[in-house]
Ligand binder design. Structure first.
Ligand code: ADP
Ligand code: MG
Length: 319
């Protein structure tokens, strides 16, 4: 199967959102009047971002999920995306699974594949996604204010737990491993929550490199600090409902795990009821974990309000 047959068979579908989609030299697409483009790109490299044994369906899902998560973090609505693929060989079984996982998530969010590039090479997947957001309403990292509450969506740390099990550093009961692995391989981007938080959240980021690192980005951009209440973070792992993680590992997973694709955001204390309403409307768990402070840096506080030494580091490809 050649390059063009591969594109036709696995990636070309009738254009819906776009005026012109796959097959021309450019895709042509018009955002709605009164909106700005929100654009993001993410690359996944075999051995670095995923294991070579991962199910291609799940990989297709995750490749788009990490990009949708970036748009969610700005409160944008996803519209179209481009897919650049380097493939070692044209393997039909792999392409079938990959494209099905990709399109299942794309269709769930009404986001259309409008083009890309295909080449032979070490397995690498790069997606560029475009969405739209009403002019000047994108939620940025720089908007946090002193006294704002700090929240996270969903669950944190399970993806890292799965990674520790894959690395052989811990052995998990089968059900716990399966659940953690599903979180690692098929994250749920919080697109509806992100959009509903426009005008509510003062600052927002998605958690791809660990809570403390990504919250740290908000704090740096806002030139502020945060107090985190350890009582509120203790049960953030989904697997903690039925499996007790050793506390030291749980703390690594929750604070510097990464690969969570949840949202961390700040909102004024006056918006507490609104945040709860938005969480209910989008059927997304939201947990208040602390507060924005004037002192730069993140302070973790125990049940007595005493600061606990913070040894966590977020993920950095070149550190
Ligand atoms: P060009 O060389 O003119 O950039 P290509 O020959 O690489 O175009 O691709 C032909 C068409 O197929 C283009 O419309 C391109 O956007 C699309 N395309 C190529 N690879 C992919 C892919 N992996 N997914 C979706 N569309 C693709
Ligand atoms: Mg090309």
């Amino acid at each position: 199967m050649g390059e063009f047959e591969l594109i036709e068979r696995f990636f070309k579908r009738p254009a819906r959102q776009a005026d012109v989609g796959i097959g021309d030299d450019c895709a042509i697409w018009s955002p709605q009047l009164g909106h700005q483009l929100a654009i993001s790109t993410d690359m996944l490299v075999e051995g670095r971002h995923f294991l070579s044994t991962v199910d291609p369906f799940r990989l297709g899902h995750k490749s788009l999920a990490v990009n949708l998560s970036d748009l969610a973090a700005c409160g944008a609505t996803p519209r179209v995306f481009l897919l650049s693929l380097a493939l070692p060989r044209s393997d039909e079984t792999w392409l079938n699974g990959f494209s099905q996982g990709l399109f299942q998530l794309a269709d769930a969010h009404g986001c259309e594949l409008v083009g890309g590039d295909t080449t032979q090479g070490p397995l690498t997947i790069s997606i560029t996604i475009m969405g739209e957001v009403p002019t000047s309403q994108a939620v940025l990292r720089s908007g946090a204010r002193i006294g704002d509450d700090v929240y996270v969506s969903g669950h944190l740390g399970d993806a890292r737990l799965a990674l520790e099990a894959f690395r052989g550093n811990i052995s998990l009961p089968q059900a716990t491993f399966d659940a953690a692995r599903l979180r690692m391989e098929m994250p749920s981007p919080r697109v509806a929550l992100g959009q509903s938080l426009r005008g509510v959240a003062s600052a927002m980021a998605d958690i791809s490199d660990g809570l403390l690192g990504d919250l740290g980005h908000i704090l740096k951009a806002s030139r502020l600090g945060a107090d985190i209440d350890l009582r509120a973070t203790s049960d953030l792992m989904a697997t903690s409902a039925y499996w007790k993680c050793p506390p030291e590992l749980a703390s690594i997973c929750i604070f510097s795990g990464g690969d969570d694709y949840e949202l961390v955001f700040s909102a004024p204390a006056s918006a507490q009821a609104l945040v709860a309403k938005v969480a209910a409307q989008t059927a997304t768990r939201v947990t208040r974990i602390g507060q924005i402070t004037a002192t730069p840096g993140i302070v973790l506080r125990d049940e007595n309000g005493q600061p606990v030494q913070n040894l966590h580091r977020s993920f950095d490809h070149f550190a």
